[in-house]
Design a protein around this ligand. Structure first.
Ligand code: MRU
Length: 352
């Protein structure tokens, strides 16, 4: 499985996902600003992957400012500015803020204890590596819990890319599919192309083919008919932010799929690690939704397809209300309704 990111000698190499599946190239980031740009451009994307990238970017920022700063206060101020810059790149995926906050808090507490700056740098570097490595082991657990929910001869529909590329490895929704494939349970995976940026067609299709998982690509508007005609028996997607009541933000189109799944009586699963939960966010109404350049809607893979003068609306995510969700699969187990109650338990577990 190809690595989404590699951290070595104070340098983060990011697989440029905008070139996939035709070009495999890594971008070298020795400066946190380059990581911020990569997140903005979707060269690295997917909630857990941008979280881990931001964690490494914070180490790069610390390294840079600890050489320049004259005092602990000015170092912390610069680090806070870098954190805010990183968090502002994409507003919906909470993993970004979660990871950057975690590194900032570690640096702050170490500096307050008067620990020497190079030692602080090793402490936060170890924390960033832990965020990265934990994500992979959590995905494996999600995969095991999720595969147990699937029937034999599973006919699955997925949206966007919640695979190895969207995480530090293995994937959330695709982690479930990978595990189900290992258990010989997968009959077919229908992959939504995922307009406008084609994460399904470019990335999920590529990942599934590489792993030999039976997969079929459809355009987004074929989902309802495919559910009916091909007897889809599970929909599995990832998440960018899950509110305390279970309302879930994910790639635009997810909400529509959940409505269709309900109509057809198909279980609708969200697969996500605890770092994707925003325990302070009461409901989906409070989740910030990224709105991207309308030009993306007016083109297809870079080719203009619409009259230049037409207006475009380009929300990058939508929110699926909790009552359309059958279960949320986490590394701590499977959560079902009443979600508020079970998400409170999850918060407790994460604190322990
Ligand atoms: O805009 P993207 O490609 O970053 O959107 C990604 C998604 O919506 C994924 O489903 C989500 O981040 C979960 S990834 C495990």
């Amino acid at each position: 499985m190809i690595s989404t990111m590699v951290w070595q000698n104070l340098c983060l190499s990011l697989l440029d996902q905008t070139g996939l599946p035709h070009k495999i190239e890594y971008i070298t980031c020795a400066d946190y600003r380059r990581v911020a740009t990569a997140i903005k451009r979707l060269e690295v994307r997917g909630a857990p992957a941008i979280g881990a990238a931001a964690a490494f970017a914070m180490v790069l920022a610390f390294n840079e400012y600890s050489r320049k700063a004259l005092s602990k206060d000015s170092l912390l101020k610069s680090l806070l500015d870098a954190k805010n810059e990183l968090v502002a790149t994409r507003p919906t995926a909470v993993n970004l803020e979660w990871a950057a906050d975690k590194i900032y808090a570690k640096a702050e507490s170490a500096l307050l204890k008067e620990i020497e700056w190079p030692v602080v740098e090793s402490v936060i570097e170890a924390e960033a590596i832990k965020i990265h490595d934990d994500d992979i082991s959590q995905n494996k657990l999600i995969g095991n819990f999720g595969a147990a929910l699937l029937p034999q001869e599973a006919v699955i529909l997925t949206h966007c890319n919640a695979g190895s590329l969207a995480t530090c490895g293995w994937g959330t929704a695709l982690g479930v599919i990978r595990q189900a494939q290992a258990e010989n349970k997968v009959k077919m995976v229908y992959v939504d192309e995922t307009r406008p940026l084609l994460q399904g067609a470019r990335l999920t299709a590529w990942e599934l083919l590489q792993d030999g998982v039976p997969a079929t690509l459809i355009t987004d508007n074929m989902a309802g008919w495919t559910m009916k005609q091909k007897h889809v028996n599970a929909v599995i997607v990832g998440a960018d932010r899950i509110a305390a009541n279970g309302d879930t933000a994910n790639k635009i189109g997810t909400y529509g799929l959940a409505v269709l799944a309900k109509y057809h009586g198909i279980p609708f699963y969200i697969a996500a690690p605890s770092s994707t939960f925003d325990f302070a966010c009461q409901s989906g109404q409070a989740i910030p939704i990224e709105e991207r350049d309308a030009e993306e809607v007016k083109e297809f893979a870079g080719f203009k397809t619409a009259p230049q003068a037409i207006n475009g609306f380009n929300p990058s995510f939508d929110v699926t209300p909790n009552d359309l969700i059958t279960a949320i699969i986490t590394e701590h187990g499977v959560l079902q309704a009443p979600f508020s109650l079970h998400i409170q338990d999850l918060q407790q577990k994460v604190k322990e």
